[in-house]
Design a protein around this ligand. Structure first.
Ligand code: NAP
Ligand code: HSE
Length: 430
């Protein structure tokens, strides 16, 4: 008869250290919740000599995840090393060895979820990944379980803590981009390569996971249109404020019958909206469905303890099933087929910021480009660029226009000799 449940941890960085702490320091609570003791039996890291923020016994620490995933004393493998390879191979290996898996790895789940879920079902084990989206905010489990009777119409979310932290500081304090990114790294929010955060890749992984669960069809990160925050400047934040908007990196997936459009990009949203008030490392996911209308999940989207909270919840969930001896069935069932459509099908309002020669006739030539592309201008601001400059800065807000028309307009504007530069084009989400 089983007297305890063994956990094997791969990776003991920001999140792994938090998980080790919660398992060891919270052992009596966890035992009461699971019904059996939950023991951290093995840990694998890259460099076992490194100092850890939560030190653990040398007898359980090693550098061989390959051995850990075969270890008989371990029933649940917790993968917290991150990256695609070899994390994917460790997860698949663990499943083939009959181990349950908990992971926070959005890259692996986004790219290989369908294969992992089906292998887990064949091997009658579970793979849970609550911490892969939203850090400490429960969102995967509600989508898989509590909203299962609903047809999801749309997802609108702020799901990258690092960029939300950067954008909040840039909007409120005009701080330098590099220094605020480095703060986010020190606080443990950023990925090991922060390019994934600032280029929107991390948010695209997460949106693909949410869309897959919401629309019950495999949607990969490469199906999601992705644009990061690196083109935003302090001028965009100043104009956004003047016009009554906030700038956020939004992740949006919309279903229109059997078609889905997924997109991650900076967006101007009216500053009175709830999502506009989600600041710092906080995440928020708004799900709109046929039955509940709109529900909002909101909370800390990154960091050691919030993320560990989600990882440990998954461990307890699996451990309870093992302790209870009940059947295990992976609840992820991708039973529908949807067609992923291109960003060119989008119709929304747009913000244009450009610099042009300040001379008679220039505005007319710019307005002609918009008119020729079928884009209607809704408002317009012109400002000088300093006393001696012969150029002016123009901010043009449009009525709803097609993305493909906007792409065409940008290309034509670039060719106008009177347009010195296109500072930015930002989609408006209302
Ligand atoms: P991290 O601080 O960089 O830690 C990574 C850990 O993995 C380190 O302990 C490292 O060992 C170990 N490792 C790397 N390669 C290894 C290998 N080949 N074999 C064995 N161990 C290896 O990363 P993290 O921030 O904790 O993130 C872990 C996962 O959680 C990632 O998938 C991330 O996307 C996800 N996540 C993170 C957050 C967050 O707020 N940080 C939130 C949600 C999800 P050494 O320590 O010896 O170098
Ligand atoms: N780098 C990620 C973020 C961690 O900033 O949101 C949480 O997934």
């Amino acid at each position: 008869m089983r007297t305890s449940i063994g956990v094997g941890l791969i990776g003991m960085g920001v999140v792994g250290s938090g998980v080790a702490r919660l398992i060891i320091e919270g052992s009596s609570t966890l035992r009461n919740q699971v019904g059996l003791p939950l023991n951290l039996n093995k840990v694998a890291v890259r460099d076992s000599r490194k100092q850890r923020s939560f030190p653990i016994g040398k007898n359980i620490l090693g550098e061989e995840p390959e051995k850990l995933i075969k270890d008989d004393s371990v029933q649940i493998i917790v993968e917290l090393m991150g990256g695609e390879h070899p994390a994917l191979e460790f997860i698949l290996g663990a499943v083939k060895n009959g181990k349950h898996v908990v992971t926070a790895n959005k890259e692996v789940i986004s790219k290989h979820g369908a294969e992992i879920f089906s292998l887990a079902r064949e091997n009658n084990v579970r793979v849970l990944f609550e911490a892969s989206v939203g850090g400490g905010v429960p969102i995967i489990s509600p989508l898989m379980r509590d909203l299962v009777a609903n047809d999801v119409k749309s997802i609108k979310a702020i799901i990258n803590g690092t960029t939300n932290y950067i954008l909040t500081r840039m909007a409120n304090e005009q701080v330098n981009y590099e220094s605020v990114l480095s703060e986010a790294q020190t606080l443990g929010y950023a990925e090991s390569d922060p390019t994934n955060d600032v280029e929107g890749i991390d948010a695209a992984y997460k949106l693909s996971i949410l869309s897959t669960l919401a629309f019950r069809s495999s949607i990969k990160n490469t199906d999601i249109f992705t644009e990061g925050i690196t083109n935003l400047t302090d001028k965009d934040f100043q104009y956004a404020e003047e016009l009554g908007y906030s700038i956020k990196l939004l992740a949006i997936a919309t279903r229109m019958e059997s078609r889905v459009l997924g997109r991650v990009h900076p967006a101007m949203i009216p500053s009175g909206q709830m999502l506009a008030k989600v600041d710092d490392v906080l995440n928020a996911v708004e799900i709109e469905t046929d039955l509940v209308d709109k529900v909002l999940f909101h909370g800390p989207g990154a960091g050691s303890l919030p993320t560990s909270s989600a990882v440990v919840a998954d461990i307890v969930n699996i451990a309870r099933t093992i302790a209870g001896g009940t059947d295990l069935l992976d609840p992820v069932r991708l039973t529908e087929t949807v067609e992923v459509v291109s960003i060119d099908t989008l119709s929304t309002k747009y913000y244009f910021r450009l610099e042009a020669v300040d001379q008679p006739g220039v505005l007319a030539r710019i307005a002609t480009v918009f008119g020729d592309c079928g884009i209607s201008i809704s408002s317009f601001i012109q400002k000088g660029l300093g006393d001696k400059s012969t150029d002016a800065e123009l901010v043009i807000m449009t009525h709803k226009a097609n993305e493909s028309s906007v792409t065409e307009a940008v290309s034509r504007l670039r060719k106008l000799d009177v347009v010195k530069m296109i500072g930015n084009v930002i989609r408006v989400v209302e």
